[in-house]
Design a protein around this ligand. Structure first.
Ligand SMILES: *Cc1c(COP(=O)(O)O)cnc(C)c1O
Length: 385
């Protein structure tokens, strides 16, 4: 039975979000690094066992901080997947680096660690590991390779908050990590993010870069008697109003993750018969990866099937979407000399992927309706109606 529109994403509240926002206004500290920012920071540092978590206005900002901290010189290269969001590349382009795109693994759609070495040169300053769908990249291969050559590893864990790789939380394994709290991610505050590091050499400089290049954080702690301009930087700290909203979400992290797991499992079980018939491919979670159930995607046979399935779902009021247009075939990528054919796995899989509706308030009957509709599509031989 069809009933109503199923959106792709829907922001939600789960606890005291609105109460905390009101408290923040009443407290008189709505600028950055107020009481709720401190609570979020301490919560995340403790939970993820990491020395420094700094809230930012977005994951994009956290990636820009990471790029600033890499001290990039013109001609330096940064290695990253092409199958990612534009911010992963832009952060480094803004500093004058040249991106070197690497192909992805066909199972997790993460950077293919076996192709990494051939992409490194003596100009490589950083590798950006993007944990797609909250599934960890093969950090056990990436880290030693980078360490041998003195290359910095940055984790774009925008989608990987509260997910683990061999027991370690994503974002805390490399030299620096970046999280997103955008409304499309697992834990939200509209727009938001965090910069993460365990590196003693970066902990203090990260604070400075985030506070317009000043040592204001040290001043507030009483470590210096006046604050001044000490480095380059920008303004990357979010209002405490947003931190107040976020803190209420973090208080329910386990509940949110459990609900998302239930949605993931329902989709998986419901679509398994179609996978068994070879009509689509379901996502892979390696045994050593503990996901946060960020998304549910399926791979269909080809671009044409994808277009027809998206349209079929849309006609039945279900909003599913495709994901990244590879960066190397985008207009900017082409201007840098990349062209179609260079990254075959990225190009083939990005055309076949569909993300299904996935958000905290998605109901069991919504999932059933999406699953049944996909079954009907294939039963109709690819749904031309
Ligand atoms: C969402 C996302 C970003 C950007 O996050 P914002 O908080 O919106 O800046 C960056 N990288 C990846 C992989 C993402 O999924």
């Amino acid at each position: 039975m069809d009933s109503g529109h199923i959106p792709f994403n829907k922001p939600f509240i789960i606890g005291k979000e609105l109460y905390y926002v009101a408290q923040s206004v009443l407290s008189g500290h709505t600028a950055g690094d107020g009481p709720y920012s401190r609570r979020c920071k301490e919560f995340l540092q403790e939970r993820f066992s990491v020395a420094q978590v700094l809230l930012t206005t977005s994951c994009t900002s956290a990636l820009e901080m990471a790029a600033l901290l890499c001290d990039i010189a013109p001609g330096d290269e940064v290695v990253l997947p092409s199958y990612t969001f534009v911010s992963t590349a832009n952060a480094f382009l803004l500093r004058g680096a040249r991106p070197r795109f690497v192909d992805i693994r066909p199972d997790t759609l993460n950077l293919d660690e076996t192709r990494l070495e051939e992409a490194l040169s003596d100009r490589t300053v950083a590798i950006v590991a993007v944990h797609y769908a909250g599934i960890g990249c093969e950090m056990d291969v990436i880290m030693p390779l980078a360490r041998q050559r003195g290359i910095t590893v940055i984790e774009d864990a925008a989608q990987g908050v509260n997910a683990r790789y061999r027991g370690a939380y994503l974002g805390t394994i490399g030299d620096m990590g970046a999280y997103s709290f955008h409304e499309t991610k697992n834990f939200i505050c509209g727009e938001g993010g965090a910069f993460v590091t365990d590196d003693p050499g970066l902990i203090q400089r990260a604070e400075i870069v985030r506070e317009k290049g000043t040592n204001r954080p040290q001043f507030f702690r009483g470590e210096v008697d006046k604050y001044t301009w000490v480095d380059i930087g920008s303004s990357y700290l979010p209002s405490d109003l947003l931190a107040a909203f976020l803190y209420a979400q973090l208080e329910h992290m386990d509940e949110i993750t459990a609900k998302r797991q239930a949605i993931y499992d329902s989709y998986y079980q419901g679509l398994e018969p179609l996978a068994a018939q070879g009509l689509l491919t379901l996502p892979t979670i390696p045994a050593h990866c503990e996901p946060n159930y960020h998304m549910f995607y399926v791979l269909v046979a080809d671009l044409e099937t994808r277009s027809r399935l998206l349209a079929y779902l849309k006609r039945r009021d279900i909003h599913a979407v495709f994901h990244y247009v590879p960066l190397h075939t985008s207009p900017v990528g082409q201007k840098m000399g990349y062209e179609a054919g260079m990254l075959p796995v990225t190009e083939a899989l990005s055309e076949r992927l569909i993300r299904l509706p996935f958000f905290y308030e998605l109901t069991e009957s919504d999932v059933t309706r999406v699953v049944d509709t996909i079954h009907a599509f294939f039963a109709n031989g690819g749904g031309s109606d």
